[in-house]
Design a protein around this ligand. Structure first.
Ligand SMILES: [Zn+2]
Length: 155
């Protein structure tokens, strides 16, 4: 390998998030403990290529919750480069999601509200124009998963 190859074709390893498949499935999500944070889809860690450099591995953790295909390529690069604003947005996002999960757990397990009431509570201000039936279905499914996840965790 000559110098140019060394510089531009950095050795790559199988992506530890998707195990080289290029997309993340439920098995990967469970293995990384992100059941309530991610959905299956293209892998944002390796950009769906299945391969990453060792440099990437040292820069950002494989289970970084914020690093998904929901963020732009620009934001992804900032995050990998430890840009302070991007890190702040990542921390805020993580706090929001964890806070929401805790709220749902509280409403169900402490306040003894049922699934339907919890859904109604969160959608109380939403008109049918703001949330489509399919979005509503996904939301109900998510609330249900939060409840089931906690049940299986403590039983
Ligand atoms: Zn990957």
């Amino acid at each position: 390998m000559n110098l140019i190859n060394k510089l531009f074709n950095k050795p790559k390893v199988d992506c530890p998030r998707c195990l080289g498949k290029g997309n993340v499935d439920w098995d990967d999500i469970k293995r990384l403990g992100q059941e309530l944070k991610w959905l299956p889809g293209e892998c944002a860690y390796c950009n769906a290529t299945g391969k990453v450099t060792s440099e990437m591995l040292s820069k950002i953790s494989v289970d970084n919750m914020y690093l998904t295909t929901d963020i732009t390529q620009d934001e992804r690069q900032k995050l990998i480069n430890n840009d302070s604003d991007a890190l702040e947005r990542a921390a805020y996002y993580e706090m929001e999601v964890n806070g929401f999960i805790k709220q749902v757990e509280y409403l169900y397990f402490n306040a003894n509200l049922n699934l339907g009431t919890i859904v109604e509570f969160y959608l109380i201000n939403k008109t049918e124009l703001e949330i489509s039936p399919s979005e509503k279905e996904k939301f109900i499914d998510y609330i249900e998963r939060i409840i089931e996840h906690k049940k299986t965790k403590y039983n």
